[in-house]
Design a protein. Structure first.
Length: 186
């Protein structure tokens, strides 16, 4: 049975009414239910949103969102997906919407959680690239690596001693990879 966006919205309502904290995605007519993220992966996502969001807002480049923002994708199944961190250029989304947006983000970031497998994450990134995202990023806290994917070329793997730059979207922005990892307080 193929499910639709309306089915997903009904399921979200039921979960909200029962105070369940699950994120839903609609992929190829099937609803995918994801539990809350682990603490470290969510903190990494929050740190990236803070660092990138400050730059984007200061330069009025567009919008940065977290894992709760859903995108209705322009594929035959009208999938609804939610990357952990997203960026949409200002000219593509001049005004925020209350509902899901029908577009592909220019940047999508996935952060590996403790229970995630790499292959499905990479497949998700590749599907966004095929639909029009310029950059896909996989952050792996276990290995402390950041892998940058583009539609063409090989993935680029960065480690804690490297600096993340995305000149095609954020000219002049730099983030030392080591800043993504949660600090240790003594």
């Amino acid at each position: 049975m193929t499910l639709t966006l309306k089915d997903l919205e009904r399921m979200q309502t039921v979960l909200q009414e029962s105070h369940q904290d699950y994120q839903l995605e609609l992929v190829e007519g099937k609803i995918s239910v994801m539990g809350p993220s682990d603490y470290i992966s969510d903190e990494i996502g929050s740190r990236l949103i803070v660092f990138l969001g400050a730059w984007v807002m200061a330069h009025k480049l567009g919008r940065v969102t977290g894992a709760a923002a859903g995108f209705i994708l322009p594929n035959p199944d009208a999938d609804l997906r939610a990357p952990d961190v997203s960026f949409v250029k200002a000219e593509k989304l001049k005004r925020s919407q209350i509902s899901f947006v029908q577009l592909v983000p220019d940047l999508m970031v996935e952060i590996k959680s403790k229970s995630d497998r790499i292959k499905p994450i990479v497949e998700k990134i590749q599907s966004f690239l095929a639909l029009g995202s310029q950059i896909g990023i996989l952050i792996d806290p276990d290995k402390e690596t950041v892998t940058i994917y583009r539609l063409t070329g090989e993935p680029v793997v960065l480690t804690s001693s490297d600096t993340l730059t995305i000149p095609e979207l954020f000219p002049g922005w730099e983030l030392p990879i080591s800043e993504l990892w949660p600090p240790v307080f003594d």
